[in-house]
Design a protein around this ligand. Structure first.
Ligand SMILES: [Zn+2]
Length: 204
């Protein structure tokens, strides 16, 4: 007889915990590492299009690199007093921030691509231009354009956050051997560049 109320209480606590996990988070900046946590997170969150991301000729996964860049950008931003919501590919939440960035590396026919950006119409021209100017000065390969695929323009992550500025960043093409070799030792530096850009554009 004693067990039933205990079980009910346990269920209530479990349900509260789930609600808290699913709740919205607020912060200055959201940083998502593209494809992080997949494929495991797809089953849990019922993601049908479970895109695992690109991989290089030597089997390096895009989702290994996106985590390095995202973690470094997050570390620097937090060290400078920003509140960062750090997200993987799949999560059951809707966040509110001032700016949201989604980190990716491209894969294609070898060397047919390069760096690019994707963003919804609400993102300001100044925000996009600011990143392009900064990254073009650093990245010595092709900048292939803006919203050059539907996936970039209508990225599912854009719908999971309220933010005046939202941008998906492809840092380069990992299926291009020259770009791959150049990028591999510079992942942390990419995170630093991203953090510096965000600190310039986003008020605390
Ligand atoms: Zn990707």
């Amino acid at each position: 007889m004693i067990r039933l109320p205990v079980l009910a209480a346990a269920l209530a606590v479990a349900s509260l915990a789930t609600t808290a996990l699913a709740g919205a988070d607020e912060g200055d900046i959201l940083v998502q590492a593209g494809h992080e946590g997949r494929p495991a997170s797809c089953a849990v969150l019922h993601v049908r299009a479970c895109n695992l991301g690109a991989s290089s000729a030597d089997g390096t996964m895009e989702r290994t690199w996106t985590v390095v860049v995202a973690d470094e950008a997050t570390r620097v931003l937090r060290a400078h007093g920003y509140t960062v919501v750090r997200r993987p590919a799949d999560y059951d939440a809707h966040d509110t921030v001032k700016a949201a960035v989604f980190i990716h590396f491209d894969g294609s026919e070898p060397c047919a691509s390069g760096a690019s950006v994707g963003f919804p119409a609400t993102t300001s021209r100044a925000f996009v231009d600011g990143w392009e100017t900064s990254y073009r000065a650093f990245f010595p390969y092709r900048f292939v354009g803006e919203n050059f695929t539907e996936n970039e323009h209508r990225y599912y992550g854009f719908r999971k956050v309220d933010a005046p500025e939202k941008m998906l960043i492809e840092f380069g093409e990992m299926t291009c051997p020259a770009q791959f070799a150049w990028m591999k030792p510079r992942l942390a530096e990419m995170g630093d560049k991203l953090a510096a850009f965000l600190m310039e554009r986003v008020p605390k």
